[in-house]
Design a protein around this ligand. Sequence first.
Ligand SMILES: [Zn+2]
Length: 387
Amino acid sequence: MLELVAFLLPIAAASGWFAAAKHYQNRQKNDGADRLNRTCLRSIDFLLAEKTEKAIDAFVDILEEDRDTVETHIALGNLFRRKGEMERAISIHQGLMGKPALNAEHRARVLFELGMDYMRAGLFDRAEKAFTGLTEDRIHREPAMQQLLQIYQHEREWLKAVECTRAISKLGKIQRGESVAQFHCEMAEEALAAGQTERAMDHVQTALQQDDACVRASLQKARIERSQKNYGLALQTLKNIEKQNSAYVVEMIGPLRECYDYLGDAKEQVLYFQYLFDKYHLEAVMLILAELINRSDGTEQAIAFLSEALAEHPSIKGMSHLIALHMRRAKADCHSTFAELERLSVRLSNEKMCYQCTHCGFRGVELHWQCPGCHHWETIKPMASAL
Ligand SMILES: [Zn+2]
């Protein structure tokens, strides 16, 4: 269908030019219109001979200041872009830009489309240049900045992304949940990877100032505090995540446990995990509680806790854990049966997807703060962990 449209559009455009040329000829009766007519005929000849490149060149050559003609050229270029024929799209739009007769309004419009061509072709440096040239244009300022924001994220230029997000926020709407806080978290991540803890902490604090509900910043803050052996502070930072966004409570479980283990407050640990389990029925918390009870009160107590918890909140991982506990006290002749059961249940539990994007439905086993599917920020949430 696109092929047909691609073929018909230039013919329709040529017909338009014919009409325009005829009108022009009647009015002016000059040699220019004759030239236009001849070029149109030549273009159609090229099209019929399937020499699309030459036809496009001919169309670009006959550009007049007439508004419809410019619009048709833009549409033709856009059509090639949608078809993925980027060289042709760029060639048409570049051809238009090269015309001195183009008025300012059309020039801005064509520059935007050219920027979109470069984006689609993956030529981000050229796209950035095109869109930067439109940031003072009244009509194209906001869409150009939205595109620049995408480029900066793709190129991981987070400071520029911060400035751009702030500027767009003043003008209109942020499209994909981009936030200054998330970009500071990205910079914190880079600083941590480079071993620059202080710089990382600065970015984390800025992220929290920008968005006090930023769970990612709290997780990073607790990570830095743990690395500096400030386990008490880390514990408070982690507990705050529940107030920030309870959908991410499961993410604080591992670090929380590390803090409690270091601080050696086993009783407080059991109490807090019991509170979390009663409130959120999280599988990960149930397993930790079973392990803590096993450690403090023995296998029988752990089995009793897990059996009761599983009766109300069934889970494959919980069952696998229960089998493992039974196996510890099983007689030798039953051991291989329990081992087989445990192996099967572990396989089943490993097949579960853990995270899902609330915007596009993308599923994965890792937590991404920016969805790899739709590129929205903070739309991926833990799933299948609550029982
Ligand atoms: Zn998504």
